[in-house]
Design a protein around this ligand. Structure first.
Ligand SMILES: [Zn+2]
Length: 301
């Protein structure tokens, strides 16, 4: 049933891509409860220190009103608080992520102001992808304890991985990525127990997924260098990880296409990859076609 997956994972650099991408999801799973709680406290502190932020928005302001600074007074006050706590207030903020009138009551609407595009329908920390959480940590000064060069290094790795047109990363790249991951996780060891996540990441970086991908394999006569079979990683599970990554990639391409800044070659290469892998093309080709139809593939900024 998972023959196509097994063939894909025989390609070492593709296997690296899946493993690296999944490491970021392991990290996200470990961090999101902490990040959520941190933002909840941040929201509470803002309201306590500036009670006027608790005033209700009288006219359901939208993100466009914030961009054009024509929102109501309470929403504009929230905007200025968000900028006050932004590590790079001169950068472009993605106000479209937010419902301004909900800033007063929902801490996650506040969090979304510090994230990349595409968060409109995300309502809670656990629904975010790794990139969203990393950007929040990078931009919101509530996370001042996180060394910004370390989080930026990890964001750079994430972008290189996700933007790899052929979905491949080299062994040398993985080595550097491992270093960036380790440094980043260690920053959190002061504030939460990171033992489990460190173990999970090490396991993911050392396990041989091509062995795990073989369905119902008989290990008795095989000499396996690591203990892949002890990790209880099924082909079904790897296939899900792969799907999460491809969905994230497609989401990003969709946002680029909507803004007419998509690189057409990236879309073509992903299309080629899906065509070669029938199991994946069945699942994702409709979304890919929808992105092509947006027409953003013609231009590149
Ligand atoms: Zn308002």
């Amino acid at each position: 049933m998972y023959e196509n997956l097994a063939v894909r994972l025989n390609d070492r650099e593709y296997k690296n891509w899946v493993k690296g991408g999944h490491c970021l999801y392991i990290l996200k799973e470990a961090l999101h409860p902490f990040i959520d709680e941190h933002m909840r406290v941040f929201h509470r502190v803002l309201l306590r220190d500036k009670p006027s932020l608790g005033a209700q928005c009288p006219r359901s302001c939208r993100s466009g009103d914030i961009k054009l600074s024509r929102a109501c007074a309470p929403c504009l006050q929230w905007k200025s608080e968000i900028l006050n706590h932004h590590r790079q207030p001169d950068s472009i903020l993605n106000w479209d992520n937010c419902i301004p009138s909900a800033w007063r009551t929902k801490h996650w609407e506040l969090a979304k102001a510090y994230m990349p595009r595409g968060q409109t329908r995300v309502n809670a920390a656990h629904q975010c992808d790794p990139s969203a959480l990393l950007n929040l940590i990078n931009y919101c000064d509530r996370f001042a304890f996180v060394h910004s060069s370390y989080v930026r290094e990890l964001i750079k790795c994430r972008n290189e991985l996700m933007h790899s047109a052929n979905l491949h990363v080299s062994d040398a790249w993985m080595k550097n990525f491992k270093l960036a991951l380790t440094r980043f996780v260690q920053l959190f060891s002061q504030v939460l127990n990171t033992t489990q996540v460190e173990e999970d990441l090490t396991r993911m970086l050392t396990v041989d997924l091509s062995i795990c991908a073989i369905d119902a394999v008989d290990y008795t006569d095989m000499e396996v260098e690591d203990d892949s079979m002890n990790y209880n990683i099924s082909p079904e599970l790897i296939s899900q990880w792969e799907a999460d990554l491809l969905e994230e990639r497609l989401r990003e391409l969709r946002h680029l296409a909507e803004n007419e800044t998509m690189d057409a070659e990236q879309l073509m290469m992903l299309d080629g990859f899906l065509q070669e892998n029938k199991d994946l093309s069945q699942r994702f080709s409709a979304e890919l076609q929808a992105i092509s139809a947006l027409g953003g593939g013609q231009r590149k900024s």
